[in-house]
Write a protein that binds this ligand. Structure first.
Ligand SMILES: Cc1cc2nc3c(=O)[nH]c(=O)nc-3n(C[C@H](O)[C@H](O)[C@H](O)COP(=O)(O)OP(=O)(O)OC[C@H]3O[C@@H](n4cnc5c(N)ncnc54)[C@H](O)[C@@H]3O)c2cc1C
Length: 401
């Protein structure tokens, strides 16, 4: 099998194949390193995420992800209710999110300042609606919104045919505050407004892991964000040097390296689905080669696929999908406050690798300002979110971003 793309999707596929006993796969990645949008980087004082920076602990029904986190050594046991217990140094305080109205910053992502009783009632009704959906099971016995999405009950899949904005209209929820908060959520996750997001996808955002304020979850991260998961996955599937990444596996995990199953810095430029061939171009050697495969698994961005398939072979009609820019991450490195603080060069614990007063990463969705400008608000809210990369006992209120 040929796997195109070495992001978390391609590596997860390779992990599943290896677990199924299949080692005969070949992974092709355009960049010189694995990870895609979950890669990390290195600043003088600390590693940092380049894109994906945290993972909410999975819903207990998400067995595959729990298994992966166990193999990666991030789930270290079970409590007496059978709930996963996580490696303490991988847990970070919940994100501190705030929005700006005029010149003032306010906690949270719902602009409640000066709300009317009707607006407050609408917000309460929306929360109750989500709670009810969260508790409900479909006729097939499944939860309505699950990860992966295919495990969701079929009952509400028809909501893919209307927008989330229309769904809110139908519920009579027209408060600009509520619409602004919902719009922020869909822009955050999908890069789309509520009018451009299907009602199923929008509700899935709120409920796939269980309604956030109704669930006893953790936020998992590392100084370089989800790059830690990438390193661990690459090690598990045998595509990384064990010496580099073995600290990310649970004890006793043995993996045979499959170094000759990977091409980095190599683009798949054409696919012939009938012949089962892929044309490869390696950027450093400038060599063009052909790979033969019984099956091809596309784990690169969907919008690239029509460019490598022969004309007319993309199962989706042209222009079915459109893409919006997503997040714009920024990583900054601040001077350490305590010059005498001991610096660790070790790699065993994320908390030791992060200078406590040193680097932090802050991401602000650039679309938040656009959301504000299209909202008929008396004054436009904007948002900011920041998160510390070392575990703390309670949520800090982040003011610098
Ligand atoms: C700034 C940012 C912040 C995010 N924050 C979070 C977060 O905190 N938590 C979270 O869970 N998710 C987050 N996400 C989303 C998460 O990063 C993605 O959902 C996930 O990493 C996507 O993985 P993927 O493998 O599907 O795709 P990608 O990561 O896009 O990987 C696809 C790979 O395919 C390669 N490729 C493309 N074309 C070709 C070709 N022709 N030939 C060979 N290879 C090719 C690419 O180089 C890439 O490595 C964030 C995303 C961004 C951009």
């Amino acid at each position: 099998m040929a796997i195109v793309g070495g992001g978390v999707a391609g590596l997860s596929a390779a992990w599943r194949l290896r677990k199924a006993g299949l080692r005969d796969f070949y992974l092709v990645e355009l960049e010189p390193e694995l990870g895609g949008t979950a890669r990390g980087g290195l600043l003088p004082r600390s590693p940092h995420p380049l894109g994906a920076h945290y993972l909410p602990s999975p819903h207990p029904e998400c067995a595959a992800l729990e298994l992966l986190l166990t193999e990666l050594g991030l789930i270290i046991g079970r409590d007496h209710h059978g709930r996963a217990e996580y490696l303490p140094s991988a847990i970070v305080s919940a994100p501190s999110e705030r929005h700006q109205v005029g010149l003032l910053w306010h906690e949270g992502l719902y602009p409640d300042r000066d709300e009317t009783p009707d607006e407050a009632a609408q917000w309460a009704r929306w929360r109750e609606h989500l709670l009810a959906l969260d508790a409900r099971r479909g006729a097939d016995g499944r939860r309505l919104f699950r990860l992966p999405v295919d495990l969701s009950s079929a009952d509400l899949r028809h909501l893919d045919s209307i927008s989330l904005a229309r769904y809110l209209d139908d519920l009579g929820l027209n408060s600009w505050r509520l619409r602004w908060a919902v719009d922020y959520a869909t822009r955050d996750d999908y890069g789309c407004t509520a009018a451009q997001t299907s009602a199923f996808a929008g509700l899935h955002h709120f409920l796939a892991r269980g309604l956030e304020d109704n669930r006893d979850g953790h936020t998992l991260t590392a100084p370089d964000g989800n790059a830690r998961l990438i390193r661990g996955l690459a090690t598990l599937v045998g595509l990384a040097h064990l010496g580099e990444a073995s600290d990310h596996l649970s004890r006793g995990t043995a993996v045979t390296a499959l170094d000759d199953h990977l091409s980095l810095g190599t683009a798949v430029t054409a696919i012939d689905p009938d012949a089962g061939t892929l044309e490869l171009h390696n950027f450093s050697t400038k060599l063009r080669t052909r790979l033969h495969a019984d099956a091809i698994l596309w784990a690169a961005p969907r919008f690239v696929l029509p460019h490598v398939l022969p004309p007319g072979r993309d199962p989706l009609a042209a222009n079915t999908l459109s893409y919006a820019p997503g997040w714009s991450p920024a990583s900054s490195c601040a001077p350490a406050r305590e010059a005498s603080a001991p610096r660790s060069r070790g790699t065993t614990s994320p908390s030791r690798r992060t200078p406590r007063n040193g680097a932090s990463a802050t991401c602000s969705p650039p679309t938040a300002r656009i959301a504000a400008s299209v909202t008929p608000a008396p004054s436009s809210p904007t948002t900011s979110r920041s998160r510390a990369t070392t575990p703390r006992p309670s949520a800090p209120s982040a003011r610098a971003s």
